[in-house]
Design a protein around this ligand. Structure first.
Ligand SMILES: CCCCCCCCCCCCC[C@H](O)CC(=O)SCCNC(=O)CCNC(=O)[C@H](O)C(C)(C)COP(=O)(O)OP(=O)(O)OC[C@H]1O[C@@H](n2cnc3c(N)ncnc32)[C@H](O)[C@@H]1OP(=O)(O)O
Ligand SMILES: NC(=O)c1ccc[n+]([C@@H]2O[C@H](COP(=O)([O-])OP(=O)(O)OC[C@H]3O[C@@H](n4cnc5c(N)ncnc54)[C@H](O)[C@@H]3O)[C@@H](O)[C@H]2O)c1
Length: 719
């Protein structure tokens, strides 16, 4: 709703729908009525609109887009009177004015804001466009070029920049409502005509600008349709009179809002928030547990991951001690940190001043004792259980009793590592993804004794360092890599059976993955997987050779080992599944030598090759991984499907416009997913990953949407 009061001739209208004042039906109706009341009241000389609490408004209520139609009045109907009023209307912005919230403000004649306020049109991120005049009014205020930037990126613009652009008329430092009232009073009597945006003309930026922007947007936001629709709408502001432009914007909005991409992106928006609400098997949860303060941190190991993790901490202002085993490794790690900071400055992702500030909070050491006073330590040494246990036992003695001890292990058992200490409640996995400074996912892994306070601390830390933290239970390889295993295994089987690695990658990239499986393997280094496979086999008393085709009755494909043994380690050696010309180069070209190697391998084992369609490639890789996802849910390793989707989106770049693998399965209908998995199980009986998940079988008998799966899991703990 919207509250109304008359304060000495100033109508003060409050958008009231905390926490973010989303423009629900009640708020739109309330705003419309309040503006009418202010318009009709002869005592009212000017009008101020503000938001209740910390925010002006986060825009349309996204939940309403899920229905079949949005009830009138729409934002445009609600705001028409602001536009037409001869009494000055002022938007007083604190917190955020986003999407429809900014559109409301653009219907006002003036906009003032606090120094910390933010404005923006983030609609592209939820698969739509500003549909209440944003694409027609913003170009009339700040021009086409800046409007394209803001609307196609969805970025938030801070107060200072908003003032420079002309979106804000003034930045005010006192109470925003009082400032709004004073500002409104000061403009009474000044003709508002020139302030009404619909009356302004958009400068003709020419059609070339749009041709160039289409190419840029197609490249930068590959696969996303909303940014392209935004460009069409902005172009209409230039080509059409205001009313016709508004009609065109609405038409484009309606097409987008009913698209599959919008549905998936909006699911992702809420999934991220659902996933942030964690729960432990004990019942302790994000509502009941409080994090411990993390004022200082330590990182052990300055290799690929440790250097990146330290970078995340120091760029978030957390003083960090980086510890290595010797000076040589330490210097190498510090060089990486400094190089990455320089790179970020060069790419204008931060200023030189910010980079200097970050480096100033980094301390280095070759002595674990220097971690005695930190609040939290993240260990990122080699993936070796004995070494990790040794380090945790030492840390337990060195660190304060409250210090939380985290491990970045990608596969080892958290409980076994915790056993090396006398503070098992304070041991937790914080699994970052490479490159740690770039990838957003932080897969936090709790062990059987990890306390809720410890979990709350690492979840809060994740948010603070701008990651997306997701909580999972401990199991072999945790969630992300456990699901990756059947996905990658199927890719290799497909290659054995006749698809080329390049066809596999093409199918995945056409689907929207940022990189195909084989390109990713080359990037990580084929030797890493080689070592992991050899060591895992050794632990199980098995000797792997490139001739191994079955392990304990299960089909395996060790083609990657064959490549490693030929010196093809990936990007680092200049060749892997692809040819890169020389070591370290990134441009991947298909390599006939690899195809010959595959031919030879298939001949050796008498494997009949066949033509494999891109549909089969996608189905086999994705369904194998989705089936594993249901097993993970069934075992309670994660508590909700949204966790898995967020892991894939932020850990592996699954396209948001496809909503994550579990959402994708939901869209395919679970009865179809289950039927296909059963068929694959029949056709490929030697692959344990095709054994259908019992939870999937149960869910496929129901018609429950993804939002209701958890209720079935909870009500049927014995599946
Ligand atoms: C259906 C057929 C239609 C037919 C056509 C009809 C035409 C009608 C014309 C409509 C025109 C609409 C035009 C308008 O341009 C469209 C929009 O405005 S879309 C919305 C754009 N805004 C956003 O995308 C902002 C989203 N929010 C955020 O980015 C963040 O929430 C924030 C505002 C930066 C605040 O961040 P935080 O402080 O971290 O808080 P949370 O994110 O945790 O949020 C708190 C709480 O609020 C919920 N929430 C936030 N924003 C919205 C929202 N816009 N709608 C609904 N709910 C919102 C969020 O989910 C949290 O709740 P929880 O999930 O935890 O319960
Ligand atoms: N590389 C990845 O893609 C990736 C992704 C996620 C998780 N991980 C995990 O992160 C951890 C580190 O992996 P990485 O790839 O960064 O390894 P790395 O080999 O690049 O770095 C490990 C570093 O640890 C240092 N180190 C070894 N023993 C030490 C000790 N006693 N004291 C201090 N430093 C010591 C080494 O000198 C080395 O610099 C592993 O557990 C790995 O499984 C790796």
């Amino acid at each position: 709703m919207a509250n109304y009061r008359n304060k000495g001739g100033v109508a003060v209208i409050e958008l009231n729908n905390p926490p973010v004042n989303a423009l629900s039906f009640e708020v739109r109706s309330g705003l419309m009525n309040a503006l009418k009341r202010a318009h009709d009241d002869k005592d009212v000389k000017c009008i101020v609109i503000h938001g209740k609490g910390k925010n002006f408004s986060a825009g349309a209520d996204i939940k309403e887009f899920g229905g079949t139609k949005q009830q009138k009045p729409w934002i445009t109907d609600a705001c028409r009177l602001a536009d037409e009023s001869s009494k000055p209307v002022v938007a007083a912005i604190a917190g955020t004015a986003l999407g429809g919230g900014l559109e409301v403000a653009l219907f006002c004649h003036y906009r003032i804001g606090t120094p910390s306020c933010r404005v923006g049109f983030p609609e592209v991120q939820i698969g739509v466009l500003p549909g209440a005049g944003g694409t027609q009014r913003l170009p009339r205020l700040i021009g086409v070029k800046h409007s394209i930037d803001m609307i196609t990126s969805g970025r938030h613009v801070m107060a200072e920049e908003a003032l420079k652009l002309g979106i804000l008329d003034k930045i005010v430092t006192d109470d925003i409502i009082e400032e709004g009232i004073q500002f409104a009073k000061s403009v009474v009597g000044i003709d508002v005509g020139g302030r009404i945006l619909r009356n302004r003309k958009v400068e003709d930026a020419g059609s070339k600008v749009f041709d160039d922007e289409i190419s840029r947007v197609k490249k930068k936001y590959k696969g996303y349709i909303a940014p392209l629709f935004c460009l069409k709408a902005i172009q209409a502001s230039m080509q059409l009179p205001y009313d016709a432009g508004m009609e065109q914007e609405l038409k484009l909005f309606q097409q987008l809002v009913s698209s599959g991409q919008a549905k998936a992106q909006q699911y992702t928006f809420f999934a991220e928030r659902i996933s942030a609400r964690w729960q432990l098997p004990s019942g302790a949860n994000s509502q009941t547990a409080s994090p411990l303060p993390v004022k200082t941190a330590g990182v052990i190991g300055a290799g690929t991951m440790g250097a990146g993790i330290a970078l995340c901490l120091i760029t978030s202002g957390i003083p960090t001690v980086l510890v290595e085993q010797d000076q040589k490794f330490l210097e190498k790690g510090v060089k990486t940190v400094e190089g990455d900071l320089r790179g970020s400055v060069a790419l204008k992702k931060m200023t030189a001043e910010q980079a200097n500030k970050a480096i100033s909070v980094l301390k280095t050491s070759v002595n674990l004792e220097d971690l005695h006073d930190v609040d939290l330590v993240i260990e990122a040494v080699y993936e070796n259980l004995a070494l990790k246990k040794e380090i945790f036992a030492k840390l337990d003695k060195i660190c304060k009793s409250k210090t939380i001890l985290c491990t970045n292990t990608s596969s080892l058992d958290i409980d076994t590592i915790a056993e090396a200490t006398k503070r098992r409640d304070k041991v937790v996995g914080t699994h970052f993804f490479a490159p740690a400074y770039i990838m957003k996912l932080q897969e936090n892994v709790y062990g059987k004794d990890t306390s809720a306070e410890t979990v709350a601390t690492v979840m809060a830390l994740g948010k603070r360092i701008r990651k997306v933290p997701v909580l999972v239970g401990t199991c072999d390889s945790f969630v992300a890599n456990r699901m990756l295993h059947p996905y990658a295994t199927e890719a290799l089987f497909l290659v054995e059976e006749g698809a080329s690695p390049y066809e596999v990658d093409q199918a995945l990239e056409d689907f929207g993955m940022p990189m195909g499986m084989f390109r990713v393997s080359d990037l990580s280094g084929l030797d890493i997987g080689y070592k992991v496979r050899k060591e895992a086999a050794k632990r199980r008393g098995i000797e792997l050779t490139s001739d191994t085709r079955f392990v304990n009755g299960e089909r395996v494909c060790l083609l990657a080992n064959v490549l490693v043994e030929k010196g093809r380690l990936g990007i680092k050696s200049g060749k892997g599944w692809y040819n890169y010309g020389s070591p370290g180069k990134r441009e991947a070209t298909p390599d006939p030598e690899v195809l010959d190697t595959i031919e030879e391998y298939c001949r050796k084992y008498d494997i009949k090759k066949r033509k494999i369609s891109s549909q089969e490639i996608l189905e086999r890789m994705q369904l194998a991984m989705i089936n594993e996802g249901f097993k993970i849910l069934e075992e309670g390793i994660v508590s909700k499907p949204e966790d898995i989707d967020i892991i894939w989106i932020y850990g592996f770049g699954w396209p948001k416009y496809m909503g994550g693998p579990m959402f994708y399965a939901n869209e395919m209908k679970l009865k179809n997913v289950y039927r296909k998995i059963r068929d694959f199980h029949q056709n490929y009986p030697f692959s344990i990953h095709w054994t259908p998940s019992k939870l999937l079988a149960r869910l496929s008998e129901t018609d429950l949407p993804i939002s209701k799966w958890t209720s079935l899991i909870n009500s049927n703990s014995k599946l």
